[in-house]
Design a protein around this ligand. Structure first.
Ligand SMILES: *Cc1c(COP(=O)(O)O)cnc(C)c1O
Length: 359
């Protein structure tokens, strides 16, 4: 008999939950504009749906990492919103940036020189590194750097330790950033990612850059209580086979899991090639409703086996086991990872399904 039930995993995205999270961040920094960071295909969730949904919700400032992401976002959003490219401009990219009205974030003296020479006076942002030692013009180079003939629209810096509010580097960076803003009076200042917003008013400045929080993950260190965000994304991994194993049988490659007794197992069409980390451990769960199902043995490329012995309702081929959702942060921790990594690892072959589900 033909089996019409799904045999591929799907990522279900609730765009209303995304907008609720965006609004929550807007409310935390009511005197600032709330911009969003949609790099890496909007953290794996899908820029094509996420970008327009945020535009419709009133967002007017967008950040991406790569110029190609900026070009794609400009096509999706039309001409009105501001789009900043965090990695800045390189030789050979200036024309594309100008043609799509993408504003580079200038991170170094060579980038500043390039934009001054080739940028035709078009707007740009300046990123000053106040202590993260990643991108940005080093704070120490500020006094001897010339900013003439630049049309700077925004000054930014990025916090290294905002996930840990009591970390002393937060205040050190903020003090340095305050000095930077004094050198550029009247130019919009942007300092906070999702976690930074939670540090309080004195960190907010004019424009925030929200990423992970939009997708319902806590931006804070795992030891801290999470802010009240709404889960946005869940994986539905379909069951493609059901089996019983007896005591002492093993499951999967290498026979790493040995059944302590008779068990009901479900074989899922969901593996590491879909973005399920191989490091997922015995403390990670998929869910059937509120019933946890633990992963047995090694994750394969396209398949994973879970223990469904505790599931009360009779399962059928094509039913699904859910991953992420309200469990995203715990799931990430159980893989020794972060929600950032879990989301951006969801592979392109996982179909994205978008819904508006006001809760
Ligand atoms: C990714 C990124 C953000 C957003 O960070 P989240 O922690 O996801 O909120 C903000 N600013 C810069 C420079 C970034 O690279």
């Amino acid at each position: 008999m033909l089996n019409p039930r799904p045999t591929s995993p799907e990522l279900h995205v609730n765009l209303d939950a995304l907008i609720a999270n965006y609004s929550w961040f807007c409310a935390q920094a009511p005197n600032s504009k709330t911009g969003v960071a949609l790099k890496a295909n909007a953290y794996g969730i899908g820029m094509d749906a996420v970008g327009p949904a945020l535009l419709e919700a009133g967002c007017t400032v967008f950040f991406v990492a790569h110029i190609s992401e900026g070009v794609r976002l400009r096509r999706l959003l039309g001409s009105a919103p501001l789009i900043y490219v965090l990695h800045g401009a390189a030789t050979g990219e200036v024309e594309v940036m100008l043609a799509h009205r993408l504003y580079p974030v200038l991170n170094s003296r060579p980038q500043i020189a390039l934009w001054r020479n080739d940028g035709a006076g078009a707007p740009a942002a300046l990123h000053v590194d106040t202590g993260m030692n990643r991108t940005g013009l080093p704070f120490a180079e500020l006094p001897e750097t010339k900013f003439d003939e630049l049309n700077l629209q925004m000054i930014m810096s990025h916090l290294a330790c905002a996930a840990t509010p009591e970390h002393p580097l937060n205040e050190i960076q903020r003090d340095r950033f305050l000095q930077v803003t004094r050198q550029f009076p009247g130019i919009a200042a942007s300092f906070c990612n999702s976690a930074g917003v939670l540090l309080g008013d004195e960190y907010h400045f004019d424009l925030t850059r929200i990423g992970i929080g939009l997708f319902g993950a806590s931006p804070l260190h795992a030891s801290l209580p999470p802010p009240p965000l709404t889960p946005v994304a869940r994986i539905q991994a379909p069951i493609i086979q059901l089996k019983t194993v007896s005591k002492s049988e093993t499951v999967g490659y290498g026979g790493t899991f040995c059944a302590p007794g008779a068990m009901q197992i479900a074989i899922l069409a969901y593996g590491y090639a879909d973005g399920l980390p191989r490091s997922v451990g015995a403390t990670s769960f998929g869910w059937v409703g509120k019933t946890p199902t633990s992963i047995l043995g090694r994750v394969s490329m396209d398949l994973t086996v879970v223990d469904v012995s505790q599931v009360k309702k009779p399962l059928e081929i094509g039913d699904h086991i859910e991953f992420l959702g309200p469990d995203l942060d715990a799931f990430a921790q159980s893989c020794n990872g972060e929600a950032y990594e879990i989301l951006t690892s969801i592979s392109p072959r996982v179909k994205r399904v978008y819904k508006r589900e006001a809760s």
